[in-house]
Design a protein around this ligand. Structure first.
Ligand code: SF4
Length: 326
C-alpha cells in the first residue's frame, strides 16, 4: 500500500535558555493510505509537537529538519511534497485541503466570538474563493451534518459556548473535514470528554475514516483508546519512537518496557490494579546519555547507558528501541 505520509528522520528543535532541544528527534514513520495510526505516550513525550511540526504550527523560532513527505493530489496533479521544507504560505495552501488537524480542546481552537457556521465557511472560502456565498453556506452545513451535528442549520448560527463539549468537538471535526483532506491528525480529541461522549466521537471518527477514505494519525496518552481505533501503534518517549507495530501485537506482546508500563497504567486494558510508571518523563535538556527511559526502567543495566538504542526488529512489522530485543 502507498504511504500517504512518510516521515524520514523528521526533527523539531526548540531554542531554550539552555540551548536547542529536540522534542521530536529523528522520527521515521509511515502512514499508509486509509490506515489509522495511534501515536501514544505520556504528556511531554513529543506527540503534539510532532503534529504541530507537520502542520508548520510549531512555536515561533522552531527549526524543522529531516523529511515529511506528503502525497498530494490537486487539480488533477499528483506528487509529493516535503512538509518540513515548506514556507508558511505554501503550507497554508495544503492545510485543510490535504492535511487537517483537530485538537483536544475545541474552545482553544474555535473563535469564541464567531458563529460556528461562519468559522467553517471561512475555512472553505480560504480554499475556494470563487464559490458563491450560498454554495459555501451549503457546504458548511453539509460538513456539520457529516459530523453528525443534529439540526446543523440551527447549530451553524450558534457560538461555541452555546454547544456542549461533544458538539463542539463535532463542529471542530466538521471544520477540519470541510475541504475533504486525505490526512487527519486528531490530537487527543476525546480526552476532555466524558466516557459516553468519548465513545461517540471515536465511533464518528471511525465512520468518517471509512466513508471519506481518511488516513488518520490519532494521538493519545491512552493505549486503550488507541487500541479501539488504530491498525498500528507507535509509542513515543522523550521525542523518539520507542516501539511500533500492529495494534494487536503491541497490546498483547509489548517489547519495550515503556509500552509495558503504559499498558499496566491503562484503565481500559487493565482488569486488575492500575500501576503507574514510576518517575516522570525527563527534561529534554537533561536526557541521560543512553536510553532515555533508563531512570524509570525496571530492567535497566549498565549497557543501556552506552548509547541510544536502535529500533530493533522484534517481528517483521514490530520494532522496539531496547537492547533486550534480540
Ligand atoms: S534499553 Fe535498557 S533501560 Fe532502555 S528500555 Fe531497554 S532495558 Fe530499559
Amino acid at each position: 500500500m502507498a504511504a500517504l505520509l512518510d516521515l524520514d528522520n523528521f526533527t523539531v528543535e526548540l531554542l531554550t535558555p539552555r540551548g536547542w532541544v529536540r522534542p521530536v528527534n529523528e522520527v521515521s514513520l509511515r502512514l499508509d493510505e486509509g490506515e489509522a495510526l495511534g501515536l501514544v505516550g505520556e504528556s511531554g513525550c513529543g506527540k503534539t509537537m510532532l503534529s504541530l511540526g507537520l502542520m508548520a504550527l510549531a512555536p515561533h523560532g522552531a527549526r524543522r529538519a529531516g523529511r515529511a513527505w506528503l502525497e498530494i493530489s490537486q487539480n488533477g496533479i499528483s506528487g509529493r511534497m516535503n512538509l518540513a521544507g515548506l514556507m508558511p504560505e505554501e503550507m497554508r495552501k495544503l492545510r485543510g485541503r490535504e492535511i487537517a488537524m483537530i485538537f483536544q480542546e475545541p474552545m482553544t481552537a474555535l473563535d469564541p466570538v464567531m458563529r460556528i457556521g461562519a468559522q467553517i465557511e471561512e475555512a472553505i472560502r480560504a480554499h475556494e474563493p470563487s464559490l458563491t456565498r450560498a454554495e459555501i453556506r451549503r457546504r458548511a452545513i453539509e460538513s456539520l451534518e457529516r459530523a453528525s451535528v443534529p439540526e446543523p442549520a440551527q447549530r451553524a448560527r450558534q457560538f461555541p459556548h452555546q454547544l456542549s463539549g461533544g458538539l463542539r468537538q463535532r463542529a471542530m471535526i466538521a471544520m477540519a473535514l470541510a475541504m475533504r483532506p486525505r490526512v487527519l491528525i486528531a490530537d487527543e480529541p476525546t480526552t476532555a470528554l466524558d466516557v459516553t461522549v468519548q465513545k461517540q466521537i471515536l465511533e464518528l471518527l471511525m465512520r468518517l475514516r471509512d466513508e471519506l477514505h481518511l488516513t488518520l494519525l490519532f494521538i493519545t496518552h491512552d493505549l486503550g483508546v488507541a487500541g479501539q481505533i488504530a491498525n498500528r501503534i507507535a509509542v513515543m518517549y522523550a521525542g523518539r519512537i520507542v516501539e511500533t507495530g500492529p495494534t494487536h501485537e503491541v497490546l498483547t506482546n509489548p517489547r519495550h518496557p515503556y509500552t509495558e508500563g503504559l499498558l499496566r497504567a491503562a484503565p481500559r486494558l487493565q482488569r486488575g490494579k492500575l500501576v503507574p510508571i514510576p518517575g516522570a518523563v525527563p527534561r529534554l535538556d537533561e536526557l541521560p546519555p543512553g536510553c532515555a527511559f533508563a531512570p524509570r526502567c525496571p530492567y535497566h543495566r549498565a549497557e543501556c547507558d552506552a548509547a541510544v538504542p536502535d529500533l530493533r526488529l522484534a517481528s517483521p512489522e514490530h520494532r522496539a528501541r531496547c537492547i533486550l530485543v534480540a
